[in-house]
Design a protein around this ligand. Structure first.
Ligand code: FAD
Ligand code: NAD
Length: 464
């Protein structure tokens, strides 16, 4: 095959990589995207999208079962059933529709997509093994966007009953009993979904509380709900080995007690790590930061014109971070003056209830040396939350005591993920308490709680 030369070569077609490629092409740069698997990467194929589809289906089934048991809304159903193969088919349909969308966006933007595993030979050359032969590509700029992969437990590789999130998003039936190692994002999002679909679920978490990346005031509601749903959560507990005869997971409590947890599936969700193997990293001279490629505030690596974006650069491993980095890198290569100077990296955990956090928590703000005002407004005092039969939770606001500039916004409750855009906007625009208090918030909406929290912080709450 004739060698290709281009201005920008993006290695990896996940959300970071494909967005970078589209933006580069929009800006008139001759761009090639290399992807070994389906376009859309982890997020679209085995991450964000299929997991949220499954979470929604599980919630619908759970509701139908709750109605069968009697509901204050006066709705009754009889003996709801679920056909999991159909559910998985619906989820797969969403994934393939979105994947088709990515293909056509790239085509319309004039990005050349090369399918196959790319291996970098140096900071300018990539060799791709495609279905039809070996393709050499030289580029002025290389953007590494190879993403991340699930971390297995030592001595317990994935296979047989031990599965990662990828397999858990495509089970053919509903497992009778799942033990989940890791009470973080994936363990709790999928654990809650499978509990609602009817599995017995136990979560084994090494730390003293679930979701250690969020503060305890937020996670307490999720912990209480897990209890109500019948999910067993074992804190301060480590998985030690697999007993294949059962199968069962051997665990050790913090006091040294050992126990065997029988399970038909053991889902290991103890984090993800940057995908560094198989693309020729050893041929480059890149500075590393822990197990990730080190980047500066423009996503430059230690090699000239070699850039890295998304999960391969480490935490936080979030789709919207990868996308923002990808867009920025394309714009810098095209000559724009940009740097990654976001005030906030909002994050949502799609548990029940959902958690959203943007900016600093009260503890983080204090640790950063700020004198702060903190105020919360509960959904129990919000009409919309009541009409949704979802009044568990609150919105919290953290602001500087001196000039009232908002430093952080958090919420826990049903559907609060949709508040994240407003939270991030307020922080990026440098809003102060008065700006939020003087903005009209539509009634009746959950968003009114943000304004009410600002009013409480200003000392004149109306509905609290
Ligand atoms: P990836 O999406 O991992 O894409 C990397 C791509 O590079 C892959 O397609 C891979 O095939 C390709 N590649 C790697 N090496 C090569 C090579 N040598 N040659 C060619 N191609 C190569 N984040 C959120 O923000 N919200 C969520 O709700 C959320 N839910 C998640 C749920 C689950 C179950 C999982 C696993 C993750 C979730 N994430 C979520 C995280 C999110 O998926 C990642 O942060 C995001 O996909 C990172 O994008 P990326 O482009 O950096 O890498
Ligand atoms: P995580 O970091 O969220 O959670 C891992 C959990 O496992 C932690 O609570 C940790 O204390 C625990 N743990 C680690 N070793 C253990 C052991 N030996 N025994 C018991 N517990 C142990 O990781 P994850 O859930 O695998 O998710 C990976 C990444 O994917 C996340 O960091 C996030 O960036 C991304 N993700 C995001 C979303 C979202 O944005 N809603 C959803 C899913 C995944």
């Amino acid at each position: 095959m004739d060698p290709i030369s281009c201005t920008v070569l993006v290695l990896g077609g996940g959300p970071g990589g494909y967005v970078c490629a589209i933006r580069a092409a929009q800006l008139g740069l001759d761009t090639v995207l290399v992807e070994s698997g389906p376009l859309g990467g982890t997020c679209l194929n085995v991450g964000c999208i299929p997991s949220k589809a499954l979470i929604h289906a599980a919630e619908e089934f759970h509701l139908a079962r709750r109605f069968a048991a009697g509901s204050p809304l006066g709705i009754s159903t009889a003996d709801p059933r679920i056909d999991v193969r159909k559910t998985m088919g619906w989820k797969d349909g969403i994934v393939s529709r979105l994947r088709g969308g990515v293909y056509s966006l790239l085509r319309r933007a004039n990005v050349k997509v090369v399918g196959g595993t790319g291996v970098l030979r140096d900071g300018k050359t990539c060799v791709v093994s495609t279905d039809v032969g070996r393709q050499e590509i030289t580029a002025e700029h290389i953007v590494i966007a190879t993403g991340s992969e699930s971390v297995p437990l030592p001595g317990m590789p994935f296979g047989g009953p031990v599965v990662s999130s990828t397999e858990a998003l495509a089970f053919e039936g509903i497992p009778t009993r799942i033990v989940i190692v890791g009470g973080g994002y994936i363990g709790l999002e999928l654990g809650t979904a499978y509990r609602k679909l009817g599995s017995e679920v136990t979560v084994v978490e090494a730390a003293e509380r679930i979701l250690p990346q969020y503060d305890a005031e937020l996670t307490r509601r999720v912990m209480a709900r897990l209890g109500k749903l019948g999910v067993e959560v074992l804190l301060n507990t480590r998985a030690t080995s697999l007993d294949r005869s059962g199968p069962a997971l051997r665990i050790e409590r913090s006091d040294g007690r050992e126990q065997l947890l029988p399970a038909d599936r053991i889902l290991v969700t103890v984090g993800r790590r940057p995908r560094l193997a198989g693309f020729g990293l050893e041929e480059l001279d890149l500075r590393m930061n822990g197990g990730a490629i080190e980047i500066d505030d423009q996503c430059r690596t230690s090699m000239r014109n070699v850039w890295a974006i998304g999960d391969v650069t480490g935490e936080p491993m979030l789709e919207h971070r990868a996308v923002a980095q990808g867009e920025m890198v394309a714009e810098i290569i095209a000559g724009e003056k940009r740097s990654f100077d976001k005030v906030a990296m909002p994050a949502v955990c799609f548990t029940d209830p959902e958690i959203v956090s943007a900016g600093l928590s009260p503890d983080e703000a204090r640790a950063a040396g700020y004198q702060i005002k903190v105020a919360s407004f509960p959904f129990t005092a919000n009409g919309r939350a009541m009409t949704l039969a979802a009044d568990d939770g609150f919105v919290r606001i953290v602001a500087r005591a001196d000039n009232h500039v908002v430093l952080g916004l958090q919420a826990v409750g049903q559907g609060v993920s949709e508040l994240s855009a407003g939270f991030a906007l307020a922080l990026e625009m440098g809003a102060c308490l008065e700006d939020i208090a003087e903005t009209i918030h539509v009634h009746p909406t959950l968003g009114e709680c943000l304004r009410e929290a600002a009013l409480v912080a200003l000392g004149h709450g109306l509905h609290a």
